[in-house]
Design a protein around this ligand. Sequence first.
Ligand SMILES: *Cc1c(COP(=O)(O)O)cnc(C)c1O
Length: 243
Amino acid sequence: MDDKLVSEIRARLEDTQEKIARAAQSAGRNPGSVRLVVVTKTHPVESVQAAIQAGAQYLGENYAEEAVAKRTAIGDGRAEWHMIGHVQSRKADLVARYFDMLHSLDSLKLASRLERFSAETSRTLPVLLEVNVSGEGSKFGYPAWAEAQWPALRDDVLQICSLSHLQVRGLMSMPPFADEAEESRPFFVRLRRLQEYLSKQVPAADWAELSMGTSVDFAVAVEEGATLVRVGTAIMGQRQARG
Ligand SMILES: *Cc1c(COP(=O)(O)O)cnc(C)c1O
């Protein structure tokens, strides 16, 4: 284990935790209601091990095969592995077998395949619906930037809720890249309002989780109600371009 790397990551992790706690307190929220997902995509297995050693409890990965290779190499440890990137339907089996939560469920087709593989392995997969609340940014996610689009979500949501091996837990969004944290605030507010809407429309499901905020804007996301923040660069350092 690279001790220098562990202590660097630990310092940045603690700094991030402190900022989360301050943002939560300023909004009158319990800091314990926010979970920090450390985004380790593209970082080698040694760095992921260092992050776990430094105290990361939740790891975020974007590419199923890369994540499965890392998880297999590390073995069953203390950390939970969360899939936060777009999942192609043909990768559904990897996600159903190797992940503890999916943040980016964005189609009924993917949901049905996840249901099938989760049933095969007798697992229940917690999922968040990815929605696009900006009209730009991620090209994935259910379109939800205008309130007029919200009623159309109902059909897919009801069908997903009927799948017995998937457990809907809330919403996720990836707004466009911001230079300033404040630019993201309107999108975080919109995601929270959509959460309120779906809680009323589909009260049988659990909508408690809001996955929003990255290195640039996680503190603003916490002020607006995030329960999961996804922070990569601010903790792990710069990523190499994906080859
Ligand atoms: C890469 C990624 C992040 C982390 O972004 P940073 O700017 O490195 O903090 C968060 N969420 C998703 C969906 C990502 O793909």
